[in-house]
Design a protein around this ligand. Structure first.
Ligand code: SF4
Length: 119
């Protein structure tokens, strides 16, 4: 009977430990390399003020519409506008959305700039 109780206790201890460790481990993996945008849009929405690579604020923030091409040392693989906290995707459309750091000019979900901050 004691052995049976021990087995049950061991099982529950392991289950509780796994329930705590697995989500924490997965979360830390997610922070190390955030998920890239599912696909890069190619057609900006009509009539929206777009951030233009190499101009104005986009130039100052070293914005690129393809984050993977950034040569800025701050850029890490997997970082892009889609997983940046300044990307207002709830107000966006077609993979584009206004960016708080760009004065609400629209950027692509595949973009990146040096003001990137993970969500
Ligand atoms: S602040 Fe974030 S959302 Fe805005 S351009 Fe930079 S990386 Fe993209």
């Amino acid at each position: 009977m004691d052995e049976k109780n021990f087995d049950r206790r061991s099982f529950f201890r392991m289950a509780v430990t796994a329930a705590v460790i697995v989500p924490v481990a997965l979360k830390s993996i997610g922070k190390a390399e955030a998920a890239p945008a599912a696909s890069c849009p190619t057609t900006p929405p009509a009539g929206k003020p777009m951030a233009i690579v190499g101009q104005g604020m986009a130039k100052g923030l070293e914005y690129t519409d393809d984050g993977k091409s950034s040569t800025n040392a701050k850029h890490k693989p997997g970082q892009n506008c889609a997983n940046c906290k300044y990307f207002n995707d709830k107000k966006g459309e077609g993979g584009y959305a206004p960016c708080t750091m760009m004065g609400m000019k629209w950027v692509t979900n595949c973009g990146w700039c040096k003001s990137y901050a993970a969500r």
